[in-house]
Design a protein. Structure first.
Length: 267
């Protein structure tokens, strides 16, 4: 009799059979599976493009490409190590924080289960759920306290369990992104012998890269403001490079007469 009813319903609604063959979700939700990796890449690339670019522009005022290359490479290696180490320590701190909070929550669930249940009621009441409606969930939680703790970690403390390999992945992602971004401003100095010409090409190449990087970053984070994000990224890099160039040029010009005077005095 059930099959007859289903057949009659299908006859009345012909497209129901097609709907049953398809997934219940007719749309695809595009979300980041690993947003922390994207964040680390953005952090490493943004610093890698900006800091060595500013340093190279500043050292260019000295007029020697070798100084720019050696100083840039030294900064690039030390900066990549420093950034990678910072990412590693930050990820380790997140993991340690999660472990500490979970231990505390496990003790609270063991010692004060009724109070913890009341906290869940308080969390869900704004959504129109009272204790009676969520009592079946409490029954399951009393049978499996680890699930109880999982729920409290996620919905009370807003903490997700970190990937155990997150520390190393973060360090490598940030460090390698910094190295990759930092090589771009230095490449013209390795090809062109004149410092001023090399700086001109470095400005062009790095500016285009900053625009592209800012645009792509904004496409993923804020698509409606992609162009503004590209211009903002370029402006930050340009200001940093201009300040660095101006400071080094100013200090060099002030020291030059002193150096010449000292040299004459020795003779």
């Amino acid at each position: 009799m059930g099959n007859t009813a289903d057949g009659e319903a299908t006859a009345r609604i012909p497209h129901r059979l097609e709907l049953q063959k398809k997934s219940l979700k007719s749309h695809i939700e595009d979300h980041f599976d690993r947003p922390e990796i994207v964040r680390d890449c953005i952090l490493g690339l943004s610093d890698g493009l900006t800091v060595p670019f500013a340093l190279a522009a500043g050292l260019s005022s000295l007029g020697d490409t070798r100084i720019v290359i050696f100083g840039g490479l030294a900064e690039l290696v030390s900066g990549a190590i420093s950034m990678g180490l910072g990412g590693y320590l930050a990820a380790r701190s997140d993991a340690d924080h999660y472990a500490t909070e979970r231990e505390r929550e496990e003790r609270e669930v063991e010692l004060y289960p009724n109070e913890e249940e009341e906290e869940i009621v308080e969390l869900l009441e704004p959504y129109g759920l009272d204790r009676e409606s969520i009592e079946p969930m409490f029954v399951k939680f009393r049978q499996n306290t680890q699930k109880f703790v999982d729920f409290m970690m996620k919905f009370e403390l807003n903490l997700e369990e970190p990937d155990p390999n997150r520390s190393m992945i973060s360090a490598l992602t940030i460090g390698l992104s910094y190295l990759f971004g930092g090589f771009i401003p230095l490449l013209p100095y390795m090809v062109v012998s004149e410092a001023k010409d090399a700086m001109f090409y470095s400005v062009i190449v790095t500016s285009m890269t900053l625009l592209l990087f800012g645009y792509v970053k904004s496409i993923y984070l804020r698509p409606a403001q992609a162009l503004m994000g590209a211009l903002q990224t370029l402006a930050i890099g340009a200001v940093a490079a201009a300040c660095s160039y101006g400071i080094v040029a100013y200090v060099n010009s002030n020291n030059s007469p002193t150096s010449e005077t000292v040299g004459v005095a020795f003779h």
